[in-house]
Ligand binder design. Structure first.
Ligand code: AMP
Ligand code: MG
Length: 354
């Protein structure tokens, strides 16, 4: 069912104070508002309001066992949402909040099971984006906010992506700047011995977590396909993600090896008259070596630049009507791990090591 969607302009929360109040008011009354955060745009609802949270699942077309991240604007909002805060969670909150880090903690009874997808834990994050923080404060409640895309499509990093996916399905979309991080937050839980375990890599890297806590673990599913019958430590791991219509293949190797493989394949396609729809999704440095049409997603080894462009480029592939794409994979190190993890899912785990 289509509904009327409002566009609310908030580039600066002080200048656009009226917009902040309007967004807060819609949320406080059970409505849905897409808001910018530093990671990706989120589709926010009152985390305490089961009907509003159910409406988020419906608008996204998201399976209801895939839990949401609860967003707070102050550390003082945390204790009432959880029943315990491990020592390493305090260290990481001190180091990385506000920022792109989500921690899975035991849920207090204030958080309904609808919000946690039926789990006894809740994922919590304090975003650093001034608009996100202003809207949370104006709403006066913690906000459950998954990425503001239709489930399965690339996460939105511009307000236009939200308009493309959710116009007519939500009460309001905040018009604001593009997201600076570009991939979703790092999600981690704590193992029984207190070791932080990364469930989804993001801008806060395993290397940085190791430095702060002296230990870190990375869940198997970050880099490998889960067996069909395995229980996922994080429900989001099970689902198809970020997928453009084209068939993507990840190619891991040097600039020369990547270019050689792409050129060889493209020439074969040309001989067969089947080159239409083929694209090389590559780094800026690769472009001059390639004969196929290219679309660059950043500078080689500059993982933050790749993260920032990633989802927009995946969406552009659909606009270009790409059918087959050879992607030059980043190294799965530092923030490259987050980029690699998203590409792996977009490519349905098709990887070639050159
Ligand atoms: P999104 O809302 O699109 O950013 O996705 C949220 C991610 O956090 C999903 O991958 C969820 O599976 C994960 N997540 C949220 N809550 C929990 C939880 N309680 N335990 C484990 N993973 C969670
Ligand atoms: Mg998402």
């Amino acid at each position: 069912m289509m509904m009327k969607t409002e566009l609310i302009r908030i580039y600066d929360p002080a200048e656009d104070a009226e917009g902040v109040l309007r967004a807060g008011d819609i949320l406080a009354h059970g409505g849905l508002v897409a808001i910018p955060t530093e990671t990706v745009y989120g589709l926010a609802a009152n985390a305490y309001d089961e009907a509003a949270v159910k409406a988020v699942y419906a608008a996204k077309g998201r399976p209801s066992d895939n839990p949401m991240i609860v967003h707070i604007a102050e550390l003082s909002a945390l204790p009432e949402l959880v029943t315990a805060i491990p020592e390493n969670a305090k260290i990481l909150a001190e180091a990385f909040w506000p920022g792109p880090l989500t921690m899975v903690l035991p849920r207090s009874s204030k958080i309904p099971l609808t919000t946690t997808g039926g789990l006894e834990t809740v994922a919590i994050r304090m975003p650093s984006h001034p608009v996100a923080c202003a809207v949370i404060r104006a709403a006066g409640v913690p906000l459950a906010a998954p990425s503001a895309n239709r489930s399965g499509s690339p996460s939105p990093t511009t307000f236009r992506h939200c308009v493309d996916d959710l116009w007519g399905l939500v009460d309001a979309i905040v018009e604001s700047d593009d997201c600076t991080v570009g991939v979703e937050s790092t999600v981690l839980c704590f193992l029984p011995d207190g070791t932080p375990q990364v469930l989804r890599p993001g801008a806060v890297t395993p290397e940085e977590i190791q430095r702060r806590c002296g230990c870190v673990s990375v869940a198997e599913a970050v880099l490998h396909m889960l067996p069909q019958d395995a229980a996922a430590p994080s429900p989001g791991m099970k689902y198809k993600h970020y997928a453009p219509a084209a068939t993507l293949t990840l190619l891991c190797g040097s600039r020369e090896d990547y270019a050689a493989r792409v050129n060889e394949y493209y020439e074969a396609l040309q001989r067969a008259g089947e080159e239409d729809g083929f694209y090389a999704m590559c780094f800026d440095e690769d472009v001059s070596l390639l004969e196929a049409p290219t679309i660059s997603y950043g500078v080689a080894y500059d993982y933050p630049s790749q993260a920032q462009n990633l989802f927009d480029v995946l969406r552009q592939l659909d606009k270009l009507q790409a059918t087959e794409v050879y992607v030059h994979a980043p190294e799965p190190e530092e923030m490259g791990l987050a980029v690699y993890n998203r590409l792996l899912r977009a490519a349905a785990f098709r990887v070639v090591h050159l």
